[in-house]
Design a protein around this ligand. Structure first.
Ligand code: CA2
Length: 194
């Protein structure tokens, strides 16, 4: 009987000790993440995908009066610098092809917590891009270098805006930086909900 209770006590200690140790480690991990602001508690860091639509590869090479003299590489470099400040990881994709843009958005599911997109001229024509964004469920920020509401009438309608969380338009290359700040907030919001 005594032997049994000793064994039982040992077994009980064993059962209790493991969760207590685990719990202590878990608490320490949570505390350090809270202090450092790291997101390891939720797995990987926040991944944000920046998509540039058709003709944006020509930035800085043509029409500087409308779109400025900066290149797409300049924009991406500034975005990378801001991403480091914000503690997020940013990836870039540019295509002149609607189907490739759709496929990129589809493949972003489960990999990216937010999207920044300048859909270029597809803003005003593409139901396919709109459906891809909507179907992905990824919070998306639409952005434009020029103010699309100050230009030709055909640019005043966006197929994307109704499925985007919001739109930033008319701030030159700063539009992208503002969009990344917004996307970073959206990605962090999504992580808190997990
Ligand atoms: O203002 C924007 O960011 C736009 O999305 C740019 C698109 C235009 O179709 C949208 O209405 C507004 C055009 C991107 C083309 O960019 C070029 C850059 C240099 C030279 C030629 C085109």
């Amino acid at each position: 009987m005594r032997q049994n209770s000793a064994r039982e006590a040992k077994a009980l200690r064993g059962n209790v000790l493991v969760p207590v140790k685990f719990n202590a480690l878990w608490q320490a991990k949570r505390q350090s993440e809270w202090l450092t602001g790291a997101s390891a508690l939720y797995g990987d860091s926040m991944n944000i995908l920046v998509i540039h639509g058709p003709n944006l590869n020509l930035l800085g090479k043509r029409e500087p009066d409308i779109y400025g003299s900066f290149t797409l590489d300049d924009v991406n470099e500034r975005l990378s610098a801001l991403a480091s400040e914000l503690g997020v990881t940013v990836s870039f994709f540019q295509s002149n092809h609607e189907g490739e843009l759709v496929e990129k958005i589809q493949s972003a599911m489960g990999r990216y917590q937010a999207i920044v997109i300048n859909p270029g001229a597809y803003t005003h024509t593409s139901v396919a891009l709109r459906d891809a964004i909507s179907g992905s469920g990824i919070p998306t920020v639409e952005t434009h270098i020029s103010n699309i509401y100050k230009r030709e009438d055909f640019r005043k309608h966006s197929y994307i805006s109704a499925v985007a969380v919001g739109q930033i338009t008319g701030f030159g290359q700063d539009s992208y930086l503002l969009a990344l700040r917004a996307a970073s907030g959206l990605a962090a919001g999504g992580a808190k909900k997990r």
